[in-house]
Design a protein around this ligand. Structure first.
Ligand SMILES: C[S@@+](CC[C@H](N)C(=O)[O-])C[C@H]1O[C@@H](n2cnc3c(N)ncnc32)[C@H](O)[C@@H]1O
Ligand code: SF4
Ligand code: SF4
Length: 450
């Protein structure tokens, strides 16, 4: 590797710092000798560059000191070309890899992936809180923290509590699924924006396992350094065969299947006769299979959609737990239903006590067609904030539409955003309780450090 030359091309990207457009680190950071060193200190794959995974060869996410992130491309080049004048509008640097200390281990797999500890997660949470609750910032100096990709909007169920079951559901967004090459494009852009997390959510509309190439999508994500994957599934297609196809080495999964002990109620509410036993048997087989130790299940009781007597709900919750074998890979939870951006009746008795929904300050939901939508409730793309196949992530995240959504929510004008108009989230006091914040923060820290 000694003497190999790489050209580092800094692309023109919106600076994460107050929306300024920058050309490389020096434009947004105070000039200092450490700028270049900081760029080069990012971990590079070890070994012969020709043998790097092709999807990694041309990407590098560089952080300059402080919060700022710029996007660069590592491109192998000849010494002759490296000496040539760079094209105007593009800053170039020559990098002699022999002078860079190669790093081994997980980080070396993907430049820019960082395994952060509880302290840095707490700091990241504090930063979100500052920009959401205190400053009400419209432009954010950090990329999104929680990223979701929708594997498909197709579903094999017709749950009464989900907009999927509406006959007009596909009128606006035709049914389709994302393919591995599409996932590669999206994840390349996500990494280029400075996202360093190793956790990815696969959720929005549809049933993930209705995407026949879901396991291939996950393999692409692994190449990009995403080793933790969270998604909900209705469990109907959760066979041992499908589960064994998910990449396992170095990967962990948290799946959230909705279930309940009442067979008749389940099949009625989920609109799918004959499904209860299949889901139950699939889950039990997966829990008992020792080769699936990398998969955790958060089985979630949906009894509260119809029943509301607390004692009855407690009894149903106990019954649900008794169905499954005891395992440290299984935990039990209760679903709290929302009104799906106004598509369903709200369980809240009144729309009082408006609070600013925090989602636009940290989440980023990408539909299978690249549309970036308001949040996990926006299944019908009522508020499209951009398209990640057509734009860069930071261009969307700090773009006019995202800024307008943050401005409207902070200004108590949710009706100005199609997705938020009618959504009961801002009036759901339980979501904004201190207890819920602490629970969410602890949950996030534990999950992310797992
Ligand atoms: C839209 S589904 C997609 C994944 C998969 N089809 C499933 O049902 O698990 C994602 C999650 O949204 C939840 N969900 C759907 N409608 C809801 C509602 N009205 N209130 C709360 N959660 C809801 C489901 O329970 C599921 O956990
Ligand atoms: S909740 Fe999931 S399983 Fe039910 S209709 Fe919606 S997408 Fe399908
Ligand atoms: S107000 Fe509702 S629809 Fe809007 S971002 Fe928040 S949860 Fe989503």
């Amino acid at each position: 590797m000694t003497g190999a030359y790489f050209m580092l091309t800094i692309q023109q990207v919106p600076c994460a710092f107050e929306g300024r457009v920058v050309m490389g680190p020096k434009a947004c950071c105070p000039p200092s000798e450490s700028n270049e060193a900081a760029s080069l200190a990012e971990p590079l794959p070890s070994g012969n560059p020709d043998e790097w995974n092709p999807s990694l060869q041309n990407r590098a996410v560089l952080s300059c000191p402080g919060l700022h992130t710029v996007v660069g491309k590592w491109t192998k080049t000849s010494p002759r070309f490296a000496r040539a004048r760079p094209k105007s509008g593009v800053e170039t640097k020559r990098v002699d890899l022999s002078k860079i200390e190669s790093k081994s281990g997980a980080k070396a797999l993907m430049p820019g992936v960082a395994k952060s500890g509880p302290f840095s997660k707490l700091m990241a949470g504090g930063r979100i809180f500052w920009h959401w609750a205190v400053r009400r910032s419209e432009v954010l100096p950090y990329p999104p923290v929680e990223i979701s990709i929708e594997p498909t909007n197709r579903c094999n169920f017709a749950c009464q509590f989900c907009p999927q079951s509406s006959p007009s559901h596909f009128d606006q967004i035709p049914a389709s699924a994302i393919q591995p090459d599409g996932v590669e494009v999206l994840l390349g852009k996500i990494r280029n924006s400075g996202v360093k997390s190793d956790l990815l959510h696969w959720t929005l509309d549809g049933e993930p396992f209705m995407n026949k190439r879901f396991h291939e999508n996950l393999a692409v994500a692994r190449d990009f350094g995403f080793s933790k994957h969270h998604f909900a599934t209705n469990g109907m297609l959760l066979t041992l065969d499908r589960l064994s196809r998910l990449p396992s080495e170095g990967m962990s999964y948290v799946k959230t299947p909705d279930f309940c002990s009442d067979e008749a109620y389940f099949e009625q509410v989920r609109g799918t006769p004959g499904s209860w036993k299949t889901v139950r048997d699939n889950l039990i087989a997966a829990i008992e299979d020792p080769s699936l130790a990398h998969i955790q299940f958060k089985i979630t009781d949906i009894s509260s959609y119809r029943f509301n007597d607390p004692q009855d709900l407690d009894r149903r919750f106990d019954e649900l737990q008794s169905i499954f074998p005891k395992s440290d890979r299984v935990s039990f939870h209760r679903r709290v239903f929302h009104n799906a951006s106004g598509k369903l009746d709200s369980r809240l008795s009144s729309k009082e006590g408006y609070r600013v929904c925090p989602y636009p300050w940290y989440t980023f939901f990408i539909a299978h067609n690249g549309d970036v939508v308001a949040c996990c409730r926006d299944l019908e793309h009522q508020s499209v904030l951009g398209n990640l196949f057509e734009q860069e992530l930071m261009e969307i995240w700090n773009g006019e539409k995202y800024q307008a959504m943050r401005r409207d929510l902070a200004g108590k004008r949710p009706e100005c955003q199609s997705a938020c108009d009618g959504c009961d989230m801002p009036y759901d006091a339980a979501k904004f309780s201190l207890r819920n914040f602490v629970k969410t923060a602890l949950h996030r820290m534990l999950i992310l450090s797992r």
